[in-house]
Structure formats: C-alpha cells, structure tokens
Design a protein around this ligand. Structure first.
Ligand code: PRP
Length: 179
C-alpha cells in the first residue's frame, strides 16, 4: 500500500469485478445502438479504459474536460469547459463516464448541456458516488460503488495531480492534505 494512504477502500479485484458487472448492464441496455462514450478528464481515464473494453456494441470515443466554480448550487455555480467534444452529438446516444459524483453540480450541468445539444439519450455512469455530499437533484443511471465522505485517491483520482496511477482506490491520510 502507498505510504500516504490510511487504508485501501477498494482493491483491484473488487474494482475489476464491479466494473465488468455494471458495464454488462449498460451493454444490455444499449444493445443495438452505436453510442458515443464521453470520458470526463482527467479522473475518469482509467475507469473509462476498463469500462469501454467490457462493452460489445460498436462505440465511438470522445472526451471533455470541465471545471466547476462557485457555490456548488445550480443558480450561482458555473461550469467551465476546458476541452469540448470533437463530435456533434445531435441524435446520438451518449454515455457519460465519470470517476466520482460529489455535489452533483458537474453532472447536472453536463446533462443539461448534452440534452440542449440534442443528444437522443444521455446515460450517466460513475465509478464512485459520495451520496451524502449531494446538493444537486441528480443521480447517476449506473454507479459502481457508493463510498463514504473520505478523501479518496487512485484508479484515476488525484490529490494535487498525484496518485492517479495507483491501481486501487485508497483513503488518503489526513496528514497529507492538512499539512
Ligand atoms: C471531479 C470529478 C467530477 C467532479 C465531481 O473532477 O471528476 O468531474 O469533480 O464533483 P461534483 O459532483 O461536486 O461536481 P475534478 O474537478 O477533481 O477534476 P479531475 O477529474 O481532472 O481530477
């Protein structure tokens, strides 16, 4: 285990099994379609790569990078698009692939934007859900793990851009981010 971690929350085996289970559900639900899989950079990249390899339908890939500002409430918060899609999504079935849903602000804004752009359907898949932190009225269509309100890193998730390449998800020691 990385020395900056307090404990491992989800092992590689747990992640592998659950990602394949959830991807199987999405695969069945969107069978016969040709969806666009949208990865939200950067945290989702490892989940994205594992998830899409479990899907069996023809698939196109695209990415967005966004950051949120403001209070976290829909009325006063703002979503900044740092990298937009290359694809016109009008009439397309899209799968949004996120690493974590926290306040829900990012996904609420993204869902609205993708619907405004004319997506035929928007399916939201998240690896982790910190449900107790939610302030927006949004739920993912598919969630791999509900987790407690702890600072988690690994499998794509970072603290100050570190720890993203750890193959498991761990809880960071308080001393690392409180110093
Ligand atoms: C994280 C995550 C979501 C957002 C969730 O991204 O990937 O996009 O925060 O938070 P919310 O539900 O409160 O809106 P982050 O800004 O950490 O960027 P990163 O993926 O590049 O690490």
């Amino acid at each position: 285990m990385h020395p900056d971690l307090q404990k491992i929350l989800l092992t590689q085996d747990q992640i592998r099994a659950r990602v394949s289970e959830v991807a199987g559900q999405v695969d069945r639900a969107l069978s016969g379609k040709r969806p666009l899989a949208i990865g939200i950079l950067k945290g989702s990249i490892i989940f994205y790569a594992d998830f899409i390899r479990c899907l069996t339908m023809p698939l196109e890939l695209d990415f967005m990078a966004v950051s949120s500002y403001g209070s976290g409430s829909t009325s006063s918060g703002k979503l900044k698009i740092k990298k937009d899609l290359d694809t016109d999504i009008k009439g397309r079935d899209v799968i949004v692939i996120e690493d974590i849903i926290d306040s829900g602000f990012t996904l609420a804004c993204l869902k609205k934007l993708l619907n405004e752009r004319g997506a035929a359907s928007v399916t939201i898949v998240t690896l982790l859900d910190k449900h107790e932190r939610r302030t927006e009225d949004i739920s993912p269509d598919y969630n791999c793990f509900e987790i407690p309100d702890e600072f988690v890193v690994g499998y794509g998730l970072d603290y100050n851009e570190e720890y993203r390449s750890l193959p498991y998800i761990g809880i960071l020691k308080r001393s690392v981010y409180e110093k």
